[in-house]
Write a protein that binds this ligand. Sequence first.
Ligand code: AHM
Ligand code: MG
Length: 336
Amino acid sequence: MTQHKISLTRYLVEQQRADGHIPGQLRLLLEVVARACKSISQAVNKGDLGGVLGTAESENVQGEVQKKLDIIANEVLIEANEWGGHLAAMASEEMDSIYVVPNRYPQGEYLLLFDPLDGSSNIDVNVSIGTIFSVLKKPEDHPGVQEADFLQAGAKQVAAGYCIYGPQTTLVLTVGDGVAMFTLDREQGSFVLTKENIQIPADTKEFAINMSNMRHWDAPVKRYIDECLAGSEGPRGKDFNMRWIASMVTDVHRILMRGGIFLYPWDKREPGKPGKLRLMYEANPMSWLVEQAGGMATNGRERILDIAPGKLHERVSVMLGSKNEVERVTRYHDPL
Ligand code: AHM
Ligand code: MG
């Protein structure tokens, strides 16, 4: 625990001063995202009292039924971010195409992508959910902004993070200089630095995967999990524990706090679909955070951050967390 409370604002100002890691516009952007997360946190906390639970009458671009809170969170993020002059456009899991900042506001140089409320299936049952975000720079070679400007590999991110709405509301952030964690002080209404330089242990005895899909997995993933399940009598020589919250934010948060491996692999049910999770606003930000914390993230074959996206809502197979475990399952994908 830090002795003197350092607010998110002070942390960002000091980062900007120290090494110019965070240009002024990016600092403003991150402050605004944090403010939006505070307001989403309030809506989430109210639950039934705020009339925010349950399903809306709509579907998103991926054909998923939207929850009321999905839509509220999306609107909060857009309204908070559109007028500040730091953004050119936004993209979200909940919107078919990009949202260009209206021309009544100045256009900035950054692009913001988000999953406004990840883990929607958990909203109504009072289990932790979160907002995931990724920030890219708009290419400078042309005026205006188009969807193609967003199609940059995750390695190009300039900031990434998530805010988890659980027993505590916690913002976890990287600007490429390690991972820092801020807890919302509800009385003060501000995020306070509570952990710096988060490190994921390279080894773990904990895995997270939706086991009900086992019969659909590809052989390398099946082999990896079978070996974990065999416990101390199997080839791994140790017993494993399993956790599956079904909120990626929460599963990844646990891994950042105490290690583990998270897998949402491609499976045989939908051959044309390379996975369930979305590359640009789920896998990329989480992969960068994990790498910044000394972990590893692949799709079984290549580093997630190196994948060149073909479209905004592209899906990807995800394996991330403790380095030695991700290395192992990735090795199992190598052709013999
Ligand atoms: P969402 O963005 O529609 O909420 O879906 C993503 C979620 C992840 O948070 C989680 O890891 C996964 O989907 C859960 O999938 P499943 O329902 O198969 O357990
Ligand atoms: Mg999601």
